[in-house]
Write a protein that binds this ligand. Sequence first.
Ligand code: IMP
Ligand code: MG
Length: 184
Amino acid sequence: MMQFKSIEEYHSRIKRILITEQEIRERISLAAERIDSLYDGIPILIVGILSGSFIFLSDLCRAVKVPCEIGFMRAQSYYDGIDSSGNVKITLDLDQDIKGHHVVIVEDIIDTGRTLSKLADILRQREPLSLDIITLLDKPERRAVDFKADLSLFTIPDVFVVGYGLDCAQQYRNLPYIAEFAPE
Ligand code: IMP
Ligand code: MG
């Protein structure tokens, strides 16, 4: 648990707002329109990758009009420096069998790409009807494996960000905007 002496100290680590609430809202409604036109009334299963995606998912799923189920997964990646794609362990799995479903994965950020590329492989083996990957943020400069989302709402530079679901040591997830985080 990070310790702070005061609320001022807590907020002093927020360097600058990178993406405002308004900008996030606008891109989410565009993303929802894309989902609605892509699936055109066909039911989808939205899969949120915990924990970082929980706020993005809750706003996105309320903006789409197609019928949807919602499920969650949690994954941990271990990178041993030998296998460049690392190892991904599912620590919380879906309740639903995704076979026969149109699946939309919702992620907070793609950084090296390791977690999501492995997770997408695992989910494809379960034979969904389709798999669409949507990420709120993308840091392409940091990519270590060849991986691209089907839709990325914002491309950001190689800076550490917090807010709108994203954390630093579990803190700052509840900021309503996305901010660059200042190291100590
Ligand atoms: P990767 O794409 O496998 O490297 O891992 C992506 C995961 O790393 C994300 O789901 C986040 O949990 C975390 N992450 C990467 N960059 C940031 C950041 O700037 N802020 C907060 N979490 C981050
Ligand atoms: Mg994450």
